[in-house]
Design a protein around this ligand. Structure first.
Ligand code: WQD
Length: 345
């Protein structure tokens, strides 16, 4: 029988892509989402891509323990992929209580419900932000985490630690929790069908949605935040990971858990391409592949930005048997196709 995977936050940007890939790999998927940062666009897109109209959908808030526990009562969950969290760095600085409450409580509830139901496999959606302003590049999973610069980043570090502690405490018991944290670098792009993608609310903070919204005319001009950094062209370096590649990494990690292939009960993997790209290179590539001119200017540095960060992906490549495959050109073409599709809606 197909194993059941609960995707919390499954109607969102990464969650919807992961749902598609899990179904393609033969898993039964249950989606839970409180719709606080999305509408039904992506879930409808998932149904179209997969041809499945019967994906169980729970509109619940994972901060509601009763609702989460009831879901576990009703479904025999084999693994959880936990995305349900707030993710805007700036907002987290302004509203720390809201971020700590939401991101920590929802995860604690998932863990407690999982434990109550005889244990489970938990995949936590972590972030390269846990490495802070490190100078050891590229970062490996062993690179020490540095103090985070935002409550958002703190919640990622804390949730990783909570998962590790719960795994440790339940090891060898009747209710074992096993865990994997995936540390994503910069997820970008959209599904090749252009039926699912990123739907930022208000003015986007992240680079690629700002670029596509500028190209379509929703924003007047992109600001490149700083060209006087100590890098090849003066702009910051990041590791931009295609969202479909990222989704496939989740399938590889979940299979590793469900097939009993883990080497430790708690594991961590970097999920990136391993190749740094500068902001200027990304803008140039976007213009070239989509054959358009983007209105942009050089602006002052953005406070809080790290100069450069990219992944050493050896561990994910070797242990998960996964590697990023889509080219930056394909990814940027998909981001633009998605933006154009949204404009027609
Ligand atoms: C990338 C580069 C900017 C916007 C953040 C979070 C991280 C993760 C992903 C997710 C930087 C530059 C950006 C713009 C620009 N979290 N830039 N003009 O900051 O690397 O990572 O998002 O949910 O935890 O910290 O991503 O896309 O904001 O920026 O020049 O309008 O693009 O300065 O160098 P970042 P980003």
């Amino acid at each position: 029988m197909a194993k059941k995977v609960l995707v919390s936050g499954g109607a969102g940007y990464i969650g919807s892509h992961v749902t598609v890939e899990l179904i393609a790999a033969g898993y039964e998927v249950i989606v839970a989402d409180n719709m606080s940062n999305c509408d039904l666009t992506c879930f409808e897109g998932v149904k179209k891509i997969t041809g499945r109209d019967d994906i169980p959908f729970y509109e619940i808030d994972c901060c509601d323990f009763g609702a989460v526990n009831k879901l576990f009562d009703e479904q025999n969950i084999d693994a959880v992929i936990h995305f349900a969290a707030f993710k805007a760095v700036g907002e987290s600085v302004a509203q720390p209580i809201m971020y700590y409450r939401n991101n920590l409580v929802s995860f604690l509830n998932i863990l407690e419900a999982a434990k109550n139901h005889g244990g489970c496999n938990i995949l936590f959606s972590s972030s390269a932000t846990v490495y802070g302003e490190t100078e050891n590049l590229p970062v490996t999973e062993q690179t020490p985490r540095l103090p985070s610069t935002s409550p958002y980043g703190n919640t990622k570090q804390m949730c990783e630690d909570i998962l590790r502690d719960v795994v440790f405490a339940t090891s060898g018991s009747d209710e074992p929790v096993k865990g994997i944290s995936l540390r994503y670098f910069n997820p970008i792009g959209a599904h090749p069908s252009a039926l699912i993608g990123e739907l930022p609310r208000g003015v986007p903070n992240n680079l690629v949605p700002f670029i596509t919204q500028t190209a379509i005319g929703k924003r007047e001009c992109l600001s490149i935040f700083g060209n006087d950094y100590n890098t090849k062209d003066g702009t910051c370096l990041r590791d931009y990971i295609d969202v479909v590649d990222l989704a496939k990494a989740h399938v590889a990690a979940v299979s590793r858990m469900l097939d009993g292939k883990m080497k430790e009960d708690y594991e961590i993997f970097n999920i990136g391409t391993g190749k740094p790209l500068s902001v200027q290179e990304l803008v140039d590539a976007f213009e070239k592949v989509n054959n358009l001119k983007l209105n942009y200017k050089i602006a002052p540095r953005r406070p809080g930005d790290v100069v450069a960060i990219w992944a050493d992906t050896t561990l994910a490549n070797e242990e998960l048997g996964w590697k990023a495959e889509r080219s930056i050109e394909e990814t940027l073409a998909s981001a633009w196709a998605w933006e154009k599709n949204l404009a027609e809606k």
